[in-house]
Design a binder for this molecule. Sequence first.
Ligand code: FE2
Length: 460
Amino acid sequence: MNPLLNATSFLDGPYTPVTDERTDHCRISGELPDAMRGMFVQNSPNPKLPPIGAYHWFDGDGMVHGVEIQDGKATYRNRWTRTPDLAEEEAAGLALYPGILNPITRRDKDTANTDLCFHNGKLLALWWLGGQPMQLDVPSLETVGAEDFNGTLTCGVAAHPKVDPRTGELLFFDYDPYEAPHMRYGVASPDGRVTNCVDIELGGPSLLHDIAFTPEHTVLLDFPMRWDVERLARGRRRVQFDTEAPARIGLIPRHGSEVRWFEGPACYSYHTVNAWEEGDETVLIACRIDNPMPSVPHDQEPDIPRLTFLRIHPFLHEWRLNRATGQMTERVLDDVPTEFPRINDRFLGVKSRYAYHPRVARARNLVFDALLKYDLEAGANITHEWGPDTIAGEAVFVSDPGRSGEDDGWLCAYATDLRQGETTLRVLDASDLSEVARVHIPRRMPIGFHADWAPIGAPA
Ligand SMILES: [Fe+2]
C-alpha cells in the first residue's frame, strides 16, 4: 500500500511534514502566461521540532511554500515562518508548547500557520486563533518580523482578514476562545495604521473563523459551535454545537462599533465567499454546514473533534439580511460539497458572479479532488478534475492585467499526485478551467491551509 494514500495521524500519509528549506528552479509543462508576475504562496502546518504529546494538524509551525513566477520561469521556495514562539523553541532545542489535543498547561503556540494576506505592500502570515501577524519577504519568504501596524495594533489578528480592493483598507478581527471579549473587530488604513478597533459581544466563546464585507458594512459570524467553558476551566478543550441556538450574522458599519444581529437556524460556516448590498438587503454567500458535529454519543466525543470526527459537509449557501425588516432568509445554492472558496478579489464586497471552490473528496476527509467554478448568475458550475488519487488545495485567482472581466485571469493551486508523491502547481484558465501550465515542484508538499498571490516589486 502506498503510504501517502493512508494517514494514521497528522504526521504521516499526505500530511507528512517536510524537514528542510529549499530553493529550486522548476521544470514547466505548457507555457506560463507572460503577464503572470508574482508569487503563489500557501501556508501550511509543519512542525519544526518533535511535538509534545498528541499532534493535531492545526498545531504545526507555519511553513510557506511559494512559486515565484516571472518571465515565464518558475522558482520554488519553502521557509518556516520564524515566530517568536518558534524561536523560543529553537533556542531551547525542543518543543515547549503542547498542541490542542493535550491538556492546557500554557498558552497556545502562535504559529502563523493558517492564512496569508497581502496588504500595504506586505505579505502577512496569520494564525486562526488570533496572533501576531508575521511579515514575510517576497520572494525570499524569509521572515521580516512581527507586523504591529506602526505601533497601532493593540490586539491580535486572526485568519481571515479582508482587503477592500477599492479603499485599500484591511478589515480584521481578533479571536480569543478563552477570555471575553472573544472577538475584536478592527480596520487598518491602506498605509497600515489601525484606525478602529472595538470589542464585539458574542453569544459565547464561538469558534470564529471568517468575516465578509460590503462597502458599508463588515459582516460578522456568530454561529452556535462554541467552546465548552466548563472543560476549558478544567484545562481541556472541546467544542459543542447547540442545534437549538440561532446562527447569528451581524452587520457593523465599517468604522462603527454597534453590531446589528440577524438570526436564523443553527448552522456553521468556516469560510465566506463574498458579500454585497442589493437595496435594503445585504447578501452573504458562504459554505454552510448544517451540523458540524459527529453523530456519536455526546459522552464519547473527543475533546477536540479531530478532523476525522468533524462532519465537513459544506454547501454553497446564500443569506439575505433585510435591513429594513430585520429579517434574514437563506437558501441552498448547490448540492456538491465544497470549501476553501475564492473569487476574483477585485470583486470582494460588490456583487460577484463567479466563485472557485475545491470539491470535498467523497472517500477522504477534508481533502479536495476537483475544482468547481460556480456561475451564481446562471446557477451552473463546471468542474476540473485534478486526476486519479490527486488532491489539491485552495485555488487563487490571479488577474490578467491586460483584461478587466471578472474571470479574465488564471487560477493557481498546488496539486499532489499521491501515487507518485509529486506536487505540481497547476495554472488554469479561469474562464473554462482548462490547464494552461504545470510547474513541477521538485518535492512532495504536505496538505496545506490557505493560499494567496503576492505581486513582486509592489511598493511597500
Ligand atoms: Fe480558514
